[in-house]
Write a protein of this length. Sequence first.
Length: 563
Amino acid sequence: MEINEANEPKESLNFIEEIVEEDIRNGKHGGRVHTRFPPEPNGYLHIGHAKAIVVSFGIAQKYGGITNLRFDDTNPVTEDTEYVDAIKRDIHWLGYDWDDREYYASDYFPKLYEFAVDLVKKGLAYVDDSSPEEIARMKGNPSQPGEESPFRLRSIEENLDLLERMRNGEFEEGSRVLRARVDMTSPNMHMRDPIIYRIKFAHHHRTGDQWCIYPMYDFAHGQSDSIEEITHSLCSLEFRHHRPLYDWFIEKLEIFPSRQIEFARMNVAFMITSKRKLLQLVKEGYVTGWDDPRMPTLTGMRRRGYPPAAIRMFADKAGVARRDNIIEYELLESCVREELNRTSARVMAVLNPLKVVLTNYPEGQVEQMDVENNPEDDSMGTRQMPFSKELYIERDDFMENPPPKYFRLAPGGEVRLKAGYIIRCDEVVKDQAGEIVELRCAYYPNSRSGSDTSGIKVKGTIHWVSAPHALEAEVRLYDRLFTDPTPDQHEGQDFKEFVNPESLKVLEKAYVEPALAEAKPMDQFQFLRMGYFSVDPDSTSAKMIFNRAVTLKDAWAKVQQKG
């Protein structure tokens, strides 16, 4: 961090911000900053898109600019309005808005076709009758120059006629394409006469059957940026080799000079972001859908209980880099944990219940215990929690033969119940199979939390719920979807071989305190000592369902120590 003349810390800029600030200083485009987020509506947004959203919208916000939402809908076979609606919902959830600037590449189909005609008239595009296999062969490889198509020297008049007939649907799908005449000897494969239009008889989600030829992404993308007068076209690093073609089209068509700037995409360990592979997981039943909480999709993370502020924090901490890298999964969980720790109410839930009967507690008596909602935020206040003769505690909080320095409950041992009394275990009840089914304990009446006069000192405090008042719930414990940090980068192995069989564990009979009866879908809580959980959208008053977002354990701290 630099120090300015006033001896105040000066914010460090990432390389995109440096470019933008230089453009503003030079008065480029009148000092305007206009970005866009251009998703293809062929799947749900994932963690990688979150980075692109935060960068594109964030840069514009920082410099007083604006951001367009533009759907690059140039492939009608894979696109659907379901994805359009989901994408808009996810961007809003993440905390961004595009006001009235919602556009579609399909809005520009007539203009894009005019651009194609212009290229043909300038002798910079031609109709090629070669098969896809022949075109691929003639392109050669990076170490050898390509071979010019025998149709490359068609006259302008013939090309204009053939393009119009393609537009009119006179030719079979796959029989002809329109290619830009660039350079078949270029070491950049994208510059070797790329295809810019293909015939496709498919119903488009917006234009219907109006078109039977569709522009390729590389052609539609840059020209759409130019039509919208985007000043800074921010995209992932994989498009850096496409930039020369992006600039070539702008130069030859003499249109608004948008500038493409590439940054490293969000590659997170133990996640994949290929929409094709994510769709495989959905279709083949490895997950329940795009919104499965194990998925790296924004809709999946929302359902799991990740707050949008945590996703934005994660994108900021990951930074804006020029080179691809893999970001630790633990950093994502740390951001989620940090945000939920600040905002979530603390509640009590027993996931693996063991019954406790307080033998000396008055029959039928119920006390209300005052419990704080969040020690991190006094403004969240307190709540009342019923206490009775019969309780549930966590089975792991009792050990019949404990090791030394065990501070939870054991035969003859004492422990404090959070916000309640100190109890002593007097008897262990087992079933015929020898399984522990109940503990019989005594409570100390003068040991109530907040007014304890018992003088008894205990080192352990455990959570509990009142058995007659507790709500039965299903709790879903989610873990990483894959067992390998890079499941799709193993040559000769299917990424699905690394699906984690332990990625979901369902506890069908947990108990939560009665205050959660008022909880709504997507509400988030810290289950004391157990982790952070959210109410699943399928939860009802008859069957409450909670999803674990993250545990309380901060694995990121260990990663930093190792680093």
